[in-house]
Write a protein that binds this ligand. Structure first.
Ligand SMILES: [Zn+2]
Length: 344
């Protein structure tokens, strides 16, 4: 029974058979032996009949069998290949140089998707580095696969990592397939330039939409390499700049006004920044009274509210910021209103 289940689990390992299944302490060890005289070269994937030698038996960690840690043990052969020289054979249950079977690696990645790295380490008794290497390799291979597919609507963003001095990675993903296609070190213009260099000028020109935050390095790179692409800034950053603009107007009004008008805007930062629908009735009345007293503040508040409500939910033409602070930018129709208003 045990052998038959394990055989099934062992992914139809063609060319190998289970010679014995033993229990060593707390582990189950499945010993495999080859059934064919030939072997597959791990360098080029060709079938080779010339066996150089047989390596000592080694073990691969496999998925647990009835919660009992399971190892697969086999003596891999080395083949003589006219392309690659003497190479270890490719076994069907694991990658070359990996200490885990394909099934176990898939198990690690599945768990890592649902819980923390430390949690995976505790559950499976693995070292943190081993789990991270598996994840890194999976991300790289997945990104390389996705990179080869047509790219029309992409997103660019940075993520920070590390303690002390911040380090950044630039992530490029395909909105159409919702997959990461490229990862680069840093968040400078050169970083994104490297992506377009790898993509090539012909594929770069076919990109239609690029979503991003208002980072000048990214904007410059996209304009240089993908001139036909429309820039779409994400709503989070637009709202942040609008919020900053309202607060700046409030501060200006505080220093500009005197007497009761100054007192009216004193300490009203959060009253203005909180969404209207989240305010209690008393606060709403307070807000309306404040806006009735101050025309500039009223215009700023109204502009922010309208822009937040009607921000872009789909790719649309958006103006690029002319300055690094981006406060004079908004959505396509919002920018038209901002040009007429005096708040920015
Ligand atoms: Zn070869």
């Amino acid at each position: 029974m045990l052998v038959s289940i394990l055989t099934e689990q062992l992914f139809s390992a063609k060319g190998w058979r289970i010679a014995a299944t033993t229990r060593q302490g707390e582990r189950v060890v499945v010993n495999l032996e080859p059934t064919r005289a030939n072997a597959i070269c791990s360098g080029c994937g060709e079938v080779k009949t010339r066996i150089h030698d047989v390596k000592a038996a080694r073990a691969w960690r496999h998925t647990d069998c009835w919660n009992v840690p399971t190892l697969v043990r086999a003596s891999a052969r080395r083949v003589r290949c006219r392309h690659c020289g003497v190479r270890i054979e490719q076994v069907p249950w694991a990658r070359t140089k990996s200490r885990f079977t394909h099934a176990f690696e898939a198990e690690v990645l599945r768990r890592a998707r649902d819980c923390s790295i430390s949690g995976v380490c505790r559950q499976l008794g693995l070292h943190w580095t081993s789990v991270m290497r598996l994840i890194e390799r999976w991300v790289e291979e997945s990104a390389a696969r996705q990179f080869r597919k047509p790219l029309r609507v992409i997103g660019v963003d940075e993520v920070s990592y590390g303690r002390g001095k911040r380090k950044y990675l630039t992530i490029v993903w395909d909105h159409t397939r919702a997959r990461v296609v490229w990862i680069g070190q840093g968040r400078e213009r050169d970083t994104l330039d490297a992506f377009f260099a790898k993509l090539g000028p012909r594929r770069s020109r076919r990109i239609r939409v690029v979503t991003m935050d208002m980072w000048q390095g990214y904007i410059g790179s996209v304009k240089a390499h993908a001139p036909l692409a429309e820039l779409v800034f994400d709503r989070f950053h637009i709202e942040r700049y609008l919020t900053q603009a309202v607060e700046e107007v409030r501060r200006q009004e505080f220093f500009r006004r005197r007497g009761v008008y100054r007192d009216a805007v004193r300490g009203k930062k959060w009253l203005l920044l909180t969404k209207f629908r989240r305010l209690r009735r008393r606060k709403r009345r307070e807000l309306m009274a404040l806006l009735a007293m101050n025309r500039r503040l009223f215009k700023a508040y109204l502009f922010r509210s309208n822009s937040s409500t009607h921000g872009p939910t789909r790719p649309s033409r958006v103006c690029a910021p002319s300055s690094s602070d981006g406060a004079d930018c908004s959505t396509g129709h919002g920018s038209h209103r901002s040009s007429r208003s005096t708040i920015c």
